[in-house]
Design a protein around this ligand. Sequence first.
Ligand SMILES: Cc1cc2nc3c(=O)[nH]c(=O)nc-3n(C[C@H](O)[C@H](O)[C@H](O)COP(=O)(O)OP(=O)(O)OC[C@H]3O[C@@H](n4cnc5c(N)ncnc54)[C@H](O)[C@@H]3O)c2cc1C
Length: 397
Amino acid sequence: MHFALPDPQREFKRRFDRLCGERIAPRAGEVDRTGVVPKESWTELAEAGYLALFHAPQWGGSGVDGVTQGLAMESLARACASTFWSVSISTLLCGKMLSELCGLVQHERWLKPIVAGLVTGSFAATEDAAGSDPGSYRTTLFDTKGGLRLRGEKSRISNAGTADVAVVLARRGDPSGAALCYVVVDLSTRGVERRELPKLGLHGMSWGALRFDDVEVPPDDVIVDASVEKTLHVVEWGQLLQTWCAIGLASAALAACRDHVSSRLAFGRPIAHLELVHSRLADMHVEIEAARLLALEVSWIKGEGRVARDLVFMAKIYATEMAVRVTDLAMRTFGGWGYSRERPIERLHRDSLANIPAGLPTDRLRELLGCAMVGADPWAYEPFDWLGPAGLRLDGE
Ligand SMILES: Cc1cc2nc3c(=O)[nH]c(=O)nc-3n(C[C@H](O)[C@H](O)[C@H](O)COP(=O)(O)OP(=O)(O)OC[C@H]3O[C@@H](n4cnc5c(N)ncnc54)[C@H](O)[C@@H]3O)c2cc1C
């Protein structure tokens, strides 16, 4: 394992960091206020090669190593988490769904334009009543005399309002059946409705519901051979996305703290001199470095085309919870200014909270990790004597 970048990648990183610092970061406050990532940012990121980083040359990608991908993700997330999420959900999560699970038709029709930054993608698994437990997904693809139709509603989907295409996880034939498939849905098709959901952070990224009212689906757009296990492998890219987002946010908070403590005077001198303040910065620094090392290892593995599984769970658990701790400490370091919308810290804290539940919540990842360690089945639950499907059992029930 080695993390040193070869010359061309080092040069790419230098140029990319500059773009993020000079063009993307200054727009972050405006993106948060208006709820829109400007088209300009998408264009600049596509031109800089960010969208291409994660894909092979035959799809317009640059096919670079995982370490370069990871460090670029950190730079973009540090500059603006909303921009990072919108763009990375499209090229990384939806892009990998298309490249790893779908066939040539989808590669030509959707993957290439996504990598070129011409269209936007999303991945839709979660429903109102189903998140961690895929056994309860109800969106269904069924046969009619007039062809295949998709019915159901996905919920809390990143890019729901802005995406052109969604890879949708659905049941085949029967809402309670076991067979899963992926349906690649052109979101301009009749019968697709979108609804935005208000949220705490990541204001610049659209997030909401996608409703499918008997949407007509051409047979070529159905990938029949789907499973929870296969989906989890690709969702590792999503967990890596959340991991790097968390590291970017935490390092942005630490950089803001360093500036603040050197210029903020209290009791006649910069607060940097207070032992509690500078030792807090040291703690933040240690945590960020530890998370970055773990994330680099995962990125390196993923870049080699291998499954990271337990390591990506560890990285996501540690980094996402670390970023919430670090941005909370940053808010305290800023005192009352930490709570003000005139400073970036409260935004960094709000945005950091998104990474814990997104993908799979860190609690569920602990469960998957712990079960693997002791050889237990993370999908099988015994009935509880104190809890029924509708909630707590009352005496005599
Ligand atoms: C910012 C953001 C972006 C998102 N983007 C997408 C997207 O693009 N596409 C998409 O499909 N979904 C997306 N989601 C949804 C996300 O994947 C779900 O929120 C997540 O899978 C958890 O499902 P849930 O919210 O229904 O929580 P539930 O499954 O109801 O879980 C609630 C809580 O119960 C506990 N819990 C549940 N099961 C277990 C278990 N087995 N072990 C331990 N604890 C458990 C955990 O504490 C968990 O946090 C996004 C969510 C967020 C916050």
